[in-house]
Design a protein around this ligand. Sequence first.
Ligand SMILES: Cc1cc2nc3c(=O)[nH]c(=O)nc-3n(C[C@H](O)[C@H](O)[C@H](O)COP(=O)(O)OP(=O)(O)OC[C@H]3O[C@@H](n4cnc5c(N)ncnc54)[C@H](O)[C@@H]3O)c2cc1C
Length: 350
Amino acid sequence: MLGEIVSPMPPGKEEREPAAAGQQPLVFAAWNTNAAIRRESSSGGIFTLLAEQTIAKGGVVFGAAFDEQLNLRHIAVETAECLAALRSSKYLPSKTGSTFAQTKQLLAAGRDVLYTGTPCQIAGLKSFLGPGFATLLTCDVVCHGVSSERMFRKYIAALEKQHGAKATALCFRDKSSGWKNYSVRINFENGSTYRAPATEDPFMLAYLRNLCLRSGCYHCPFAAIPRQGDITLGDYWGLDLAHPELDDNRGTSLVLANTEKGKESLAALAGAIELHPSSLTQAARCNPSLTRPVGPSLQREEFMNDLDALPFAELRIKYLMPARPPSLLRRVYWRVKRLLPPGIKDYFER
Ligand SMILES: Cc1cc2nc3c(=O)[nH]c(=O)nc-3n(C[C@H](O)[C@H](O)[C@H](O)COP(=O)(O)OP(=O)(O)OC[C@H]3O[C@@H](n4cnc5c(N)ncnc54)[C@H](O)[C@@H]3O)c2cc1C
């Protein structure tokens, strides 16, 4: 199946044309056949399969994990048991610390390394290392952007006050109600739990409404084809339109094999992965971050100023209430969205 060439994307309005011939990725809808791992992962659990492959070769996996204070940083993992900390998307900047230098040392010693991260992190790693590391596999995620740390801290502080205890664990992508209806789940030191659908949680509303992304994310040069990693992973949003027969709402990954190394790694997962050919055109239809950065909300500047000035409860009332039932205009927009050029879409997505 992997050898099959997926039709190259026509250079449409939404996608940028790949820089060079021969860099057309193979595109798949995919998931891990291990149902428990798939449930714990944001989309189809493909990250864990790639990580297990590296660990089985005696290699080291780098990815983003929270510490006990909910600080996010990249760590090195060498056992399958420790991969749980890396699983699931965290919508914050992860500090890479000394992991680029560690990667270089491991590669120089002949070890296999899987380095995973946002496209900008993979671009940074490649620029730090230079070419020629045969045992390095890189994997970037399709990235909507990362939130301002200030917004996250204010949100956590408000919830800690409400629950009367320190937050100890957080999952942005709890799938108990399904992949598409994911919730945020936070555990507190006193045993209490917070859970809210992403459509009602104030942090996710600020993030998805593009109110609080780091300023550089709105101009990200790496949200583009060709992608930065040997493999790119994302959520296959729009699966119900592109491949309705595959949609079980348990999480399906969008997988791009961008290089020969990426294609070989995917091929070696046969037996543990469900892999279905797709195309860039289909994949990009409902996933704009695959090919271009998101635009800032028109309210972003005001929101970021108010972030310091207003108590969280007021900030919430002013900007972060769940959406009202959609207007007739918006319902019409959703129906015809796929046919519209990006400029008009940007207006409605702000
Ligand atoms: C900030 C962010 C924004 C995203 N935006 C989109 C989007 O707009 N569209 C889309 O289709 N997919 C997006 N994704 C990707 C998607 O949510 C999944 O990460 C991807 O589908 C892989 O899922 P999985 O089930 O294979 O594995 P999972 O176990 O869910 O993947 C975990 C992987 O993500 C990495 N990771 C998690 N958080 C971070 C972080 N903050 N910084 C760097 N690496 C991190 C881990 O290191 C690990 O490699 C985003 C991910 C992140 C982290």
